[in-house]
Ligand binder design. Structure first.
Ligand code: K7E
Ligand code: CUA
Length: 659
C-alpha cells in the first residue's frame, strides 16, 4: 500500500481547513457559566492532574473551574521552589548520563485498588531520558524517580494494573539492547534494535518502585498501553507502529503496512517464568532516586542488573493482534472486555473482544509469526469496527455507561459511540486538533463520568494573542446528557497530553499541612534558634540557619572568604499551614529555596568577590516580611577575619562556640 503519503497530505490539508472553518463563536450552552462557576472561597469538585508535556512538570487544576492550583515539579528543575537546585533535591534528577534538568512528560496514572483510584500516588513518565516518577498525593511532592535501562524513549508509560501491582513502561524508540553502537540502516535495525516492556513493581505500602523484569520485544515503536482489568486482568496491551522496522523517514516508511499490531503481554505468565528462573540477568546501569521524608533529602542508588524475558523462547508470553493502521491509543473499557485500537491513519476504529482473543489462542487461529511471536487472525479477535467515525483517531475514554469517547486529531472532534453496537451517537468539535481526552476515572472500572476534557494541540484564536507562542489549551464538556456540551476553555502549561482526575473528597482531607519539626532528621537541622551555628570545615562553611516570622538566625555572618563553599541549611521553624519561608542571597548562581514549615533545605553559594552580600526571605510571610533579611561579609582569601555570627545582640564566634 502506497496510500499513506497521500492520506497524510489529505490529513494536513484537513487540519488547516478545520482551523479555518471553525470560528471562535462555538455554541456554548446558556447554562455553561453556571455549571463551571465555582464561587470565591468554594472548592472545585475534582482535582485534575495534567501532564506538562515539554515543561517536564505536572499541573494541578480544579474542575469544573479550570483554575490552576499548583505546578508540581517532577522532571525539570523549578526555580520557583528550588526543585533540582537545592542540595536536597538535586539527586532526584540524577541519571546514568549525569544530572538531567529537563524532560518531556506525557502520561499520568493515579494509583488504583480494585480498579478504582485510591488517592495514594500519581505516576508520571519521562519520555526523553526514560524514567518514571512517583508523586505522593498527601504532600503533592515527587518522592521517587526510577530510570529505565534498555529503553530509548519511555512513551507507553506509565500505565497501571488494577491493584497497582505494576507500572508499565514501553519504549517508543527501539534501540540496540545495552545501548550498543550500531550502523543506522534498515538491515541493522531489523537485526539489532529492540523494544522493551518494563514492569516496575510497586511496593503495596511504601509505593517504592523497582524494575521487576523486562520483556525484550522485536524492534518497533511501542506507542501506548493499557492493562487489562476484570476478566483481562493479568494482561497488558500495547499499540505499535513502525512494524515495518524502518530506521529512516518513518513518515513514509512506517506507513507501508495496512496493519500494525496490538501487542498482548501475559504478565501473570511472565511472573511464572521469573519464578521458575527463566529470566536472564543482564548487566546494565540505571539510577533510582528517592526522597526521604524524615531527613527531607533525596539520595541516588545505582542498580547494575536487570532481569529480561525473551518471548521468542518463552511461549504463551506475547501474542500480536493485527490493528489498522499505525495505532496510537490502545484503550481498555471499564468491563475489561473490550480493547480499542486507534489507528492514526485508519478510517475506522477496531474494537477487539478479550474473550474472542483468548478463544483465538486456544483455537490457534494464527495467521503467522512476526519475529517468532504468533500473530492472531484479525477477525478472530475482532468484536467489530466503528465505521466512518472521523479522521485521525488518537485516544478513547469511557463513561461506564457503555459509551466510548474517541479523540480525532485530524477532524478535530470528540466522537461518542456505543461499545455494544459500535454506532456513532454524537460528535462535538474541539478547538483545535485534540490529542488526548479524559473522562474522570475513564480509565478505571468505575468512571466518575459527568465530564470529558479535551487536551488540544493547537490553540490559534481561542485566547488573546501572546506572540508566536500561544497558551496551550484544554476544553471541558458535559457528558451528562445524550449530547456533549462545551462548557469551558482553560489554558494549560506546557503541552498537555494525558491527564487524570479524581473527586476532591478522595484527596483534600489527607493533605499534609506542615512537617513535624520534632521528627526532622536532616543532618544539618537547627530545630530551634539555640541550635543555629556556623561551622568551617576546610573551605566549606556550613550555616545552620532558622527562619521564623520575621527573622533569620543568624542574620549577620562574618569570616567567610572568597572561594569558600557556603552551605546555607535553612530550617523553617513554623508549625502552621501555608507559612513557607524563602531564601536567596545576592549573586548566588542558583535558584532560591522555598522551605516548607518543619523542613530543612540547603542553598550552596561560592562567592567570587569580597564584599557584603545581603540575603532575605523571598516569600511574603508577615507584615514584617520585608525586615526578614541579613548580611554575609565575604573577605579576601587568606584573610584573618574570624568566623562569627549573630542575630540581634547575641554575638557568637567559632571560638566561643567551641567552649
Ligand atoms: Cu500526546 Cu499520549 Cu504522547 Cu497521544 S501522546 S496526543
Ligand atoms: Cu519569611 Cu518572608
Amino acid at each position: 500500500m502506497k496510500l499513506s503519503p497521500l492520506l497524510l497530505a489529505a490529513a494536513a490539508a484537513l487540519t488547516v481547513q478545520s482551523c479555518k472553518m471553525k470560528s471562535t463563536e462555538s455554541a456554548v450552552g446558556g447554562d455553561a457559566a453556571a455549571r463551571t462557576y465555582v464561587a470565591p472561597g468554594k472548592y472545585d469538585e475534582l482535582y485534575n492532574f495534567v501532564s506538562g508535556g515539554f515543561s517536564g512538570q505536572v499541573a494541578v487544576y480544579g474542575l469544573p473551574s479550570g483554575r490552576l492550583l499548583k505546578v508540581l515539579p517532577v522532571f525539570s528543575v523549578n526555580p520557583e521552589n528550588g526543585y533540582g537546585y537545592s542540595e536536597e533535591t538535586k539527586p532526584m534528577l540524577n541519571t546514568s548520563h549525569g544530572f538531567v534538568p529537563w524532560d518531556d512528560q506525557h502520561h499520568l496514572a493515579l494509583s488504583q485498588t480494585n480498579g478504582e483510584h485510591d488517592g495514594r500516588w500519581l505516576f508520571a513518565n519521562a519520555n526523553n531520558s526514560p524514567r518514571v516518577a512517583r508523586i505522593d498525593l498527601k504532600a503533592f511532592k515527587t518522592m521517587e524517580i526510577i530510570e529505565l535501562p534498555n529503553s530509548g524513549g519511555n512513551h507507553s508509560s506509565p500505565f497501571l494494573t488494577e491493584n497497582t501491582e505494576y507500572v508499565i513502561a514501553g519504549t517508543r524508540f527501539s534501540v540496540p539492547v545495552g545501548n550498543a553502537e550500531s550502523p543506522l540502516d534498515n538491515a541493522s535495525y531489523k537485526k539489532n534494535f529492540k523494544s522493551t516492556a518494563s514492569f516496575i513493581g510497586i511496593d503495596k505500602n511504601s509505593g517504592h518502585m523497582n524494575v521487576a523484569f523486562q520483556i525484550i520485544l522485536p524492534g518497533m515503536d511501542l506507542d501506548l498501553s493499557r492493562a487489562g482489568k476484570g476478566p483481562s486482568h493479568g494482561w497488558f496491551f500495547f499499540s505499535t507502529y513502525n512494524t515495518e522496522q524502518a530506521s529512516t523517514l518513518l513518515e513514509v516508511n512506517a506507513s507501508q503496512k495496512d496493519k500494525d499490531f496490538i501487542v498482548a503481554v501475559n504478565w501473570k505468565k511472565a511472573e511464572e517464568y521469573v519464578k521458575a528462573g527463566k529470566a536472564k540477568k543482564m548487566a546494565t546501569e540505571y539510577y533510582h532516586n528517592t526522597f526521604n521524608e524524615e531527613n527531607h533529602t533525596a539520595t541516588s542508588e545505582i542498580i547494575k542488573e536487570v532481569l529480561t524475558l525473551d518471548p521468542e523462547e518463552l511461549k504463551d508470553l506475547v501474542y500480536l493482534i493485527p490493528c489498522p493502521k499505525s495505532p496510537h491509543g490502545c484503550d481498555v473499557d471499564p468491563s475489561g472486555e473490550y480493547i480499542v485500537g486507534s489507528g492514526k491513519l485508519a478510517a475506522l476504529i477496531p474494537v477487539f473482544a478479550f474473550q474472542k482473543f483468548v478463544k483465538a489462542i486456544e483455537d490457534k487461529a494464527f495467521e503467522g509469526e512476526y519475529n517468532g511471536i504468533p500473530v492472531i487472525k484479525y477477525e478472530a479477535a475482532l468484536h467489530g469496527e466503528v465505521q466512518k467515525p472521523g479522521l485521525g483517531p488518537l485516544h478513547t475514554e469511557f463513561d461506564g455507561k457503555g459509551n466510548a469517547y474517541t479523540s480525532f486529531f485530524v477532524s478535530s472532534e470528540i466522537v461518542k459511540w456505543s461499545i455494544k453496537d459500535l454506532k456513532v451517537l454524537d460528535r462535538v468539535p474541539t478547538y483545535y486538533s485534540i490529542g488526548h481526552l479524559m473522562v474522570p476515572g475513564g480509565d478505571t472500572r468505575k468512571p466518575y463520568g459527568k465530564y470529558v476534557v479535551a487536551y488540544n494541540k493547537i490553540t490559534k484564536d481561542r485566547y488573546l494573542p501572546t506572540g508566536p507562542e500561544l497558551a496551550q489549551s484544554a476544553q471541558l464538556y458535559s457528558i451528562e446528557g445524550d449530547k456533549m456540551q462545551l462548557l469551558l476553555d482553560f489554558p494549560t502549561i506546557g503541552e498537555p497530553h494525558y491527564a487524570q482526575a479524581i473527586p476532591a473528597e478522595k484527596l483534600k482531607d489527607q493533605s499534609v499541612k506542615f512537617f513535624d519539626i520534632a521528627k526532622n532528621k536532616h543532618p544539618y537541622v537547627a530545630a530551634g534558634e539555640k541550635a543555629t551555628k556556623v561551622e568551617r570545615k576546610g573551605n566549606q562553611v556550613h550555616v545552620y540557619m532558622t527562619a521564623i516570622r520575621s527573622h533569620l538566625t543568624p542574620d549577620n555572618i562574618e569570616g567567610v572568604q572568597v572561594g569558600d563553599e557556603v552551605y546555607f541549611h535553612i530550617t523553617n521553624l513554623e508549625q502552621d499551614w501555608d507559612i513557607p519561608h524563602g531564601f536567596a542571597i545576592k549573586h548566588a548562581a542558583t535558584a532560591e529555596l522555598l522551605v516548607m514549615p518543619g523542613e530543612t533545605s540547603t542553598l550552596k553559594f561560592v562567592p567570587t568577590q569580597p564584599g557584603v552580600y545581603p540575603f532575605y526571605c523571598t516569600d511574603f510571610c508577615s507584615a514584617l516580611h520585608q525586615e526578614m533579611q541579613g548580611y554575609m561579609r565575604v573577605s579576601p582569601k587568606g584573610s584573618n577575619v574570624p568566623l562569627k555570627w549573630h542575630t540581634g545582640g547575641t554575638d557568637s564566634t567559632a571560638a566561643v562556640a567551641a567552649k
